[in-house]
Write a protein that binds this ligand. Sequence first.
Ligand SMILES: [Zn+2]
Length: 502
Amino acid sequence: MTVTELVSYEDALASYDPVMGLEVHVELGTRTKMFCGCSTSLGADPNTQTCPVCLGLPGSLPVVNATAVESAVRIGLALNCEIAQWCRFARKNYFYPDMPKNFQISQYDEPIAFDGYLDVQLEDGEVFRVGIERAHMEEDTGKSTHIGGATGRIHGAVHSLLDYNRAGIPLIEIVTKPITGAGERAPEVAKAYVAELRELIRALGVSEARMEMGQMRCDVNLSLRPHGTETFGTRSETKNVNSLRSVERATRFEIQRHAAVLGSGGTIVQETRHFHEDDGSTTSGRVKEEAEDYRYFPEPDLVPVAPAREWVEGLRAGLPELPRLRRNRLREEWGISEHEMQSVLNAGAIDLITATIDAGAPADQARKWWMGELARRANEQGTELSALPITPDRVARVCELVADGSLNDKLARQVIEGVLAGEGGPDEVVDKRGLKVVSDTGALSAAVDEAIAANGAIAEKIRGGKVAAAGALVGAVMKATRGQADAARVRELILEKLGVQG
Ligand SMILES: [Zn+2]
């Protein structure tokens, strides 16, 4: 099906209500794998972080990673879930080369956490509650690289390479309840949910949740039902969508595609689909397996997980402030609008600004430098703000030097340039580049005299009482001193020398 056969988004919504289900996989940032002691660090040579357990060699026995269980419980608590008193792992049986055991250890009907919710704030400030069905623990698979095909997919490839370094990395899969009632805002709700979940995961410190690195990936289930009906339609499942924008686009596309199929009297096939970043479309993957195809059974090599209640309550008491509440608190403390806060979030600047304020900078100054000069430089270099080689402490020091009059904005920008260039901290850059504001009368006097001499006509106007004309002479002095003169002091000197009152 091509894009031209889609019905318009408005027409789709005029006839149908979308129902979504979002399944998000998060790779936990534990030091070792889910069931063995192999390292999880990224970037190692292929197949160097493996052992008999994660390679599924006969006779090897898995042992549960305690930190992963703790992370799963904390995620469950932060999502307002019930925590299981007792639960087991299950074997999910299927054959695929990236899974050397031919089964994945997962959880089936006994998830560690279930029946919760996450409140999601939409761009206009409205809060939408997304129900959480379950959060369960499982292990990641290895990574296949298909060589020779045009698209990197297995079709057309001449051979495939397998790297088992990722096999056995702990995953948490978080599954929503069916999301209804979002209407035309369904794509926005889907995006906002994944964004909020990512913030939550980061606030818990259990994963960096970088979608572009596959540490967090979303499967988008979507179906339509005619307005006024209760029964859900057949759903499609778009797999491994790996950016917030793609989650929104995939949802939107599937709404239009489903409406087109249903509207022309066709039926939706229950299948998995691939999302294409280039044109925002999805294409058919494989016909979806039913749960019974996996022949789940309790994992016999692992003991059940039975978290002690006191331990769970201790973890609950230690949860951090939830991101949405923190954002609202900071927005009020900083005195900015929803829209301005949204810009801060989009720029990934909230923690940087907070740390700069903690280091002593006033809120408006901290926000001004990160969202202005530093955002501009990050943008120029095509990098994230957090990747710039400058710390919040150093930005706070720049703010302090501006506040005490040692630097003006122009000089401060040069200091930042120096810090980013690796010339040291702000004070070092000021010293090395000689960037202090000059307000000393002796040092400024000659430059002022020169400016007056070179601009006789303007000087006459000022003598005659047109004080506003002094701006031109201040500009001349600033230029002559390469922006280092204290502009207010220069103005005073000009008026003094020309014998007029400011
Ligand atoms: Zn291993």
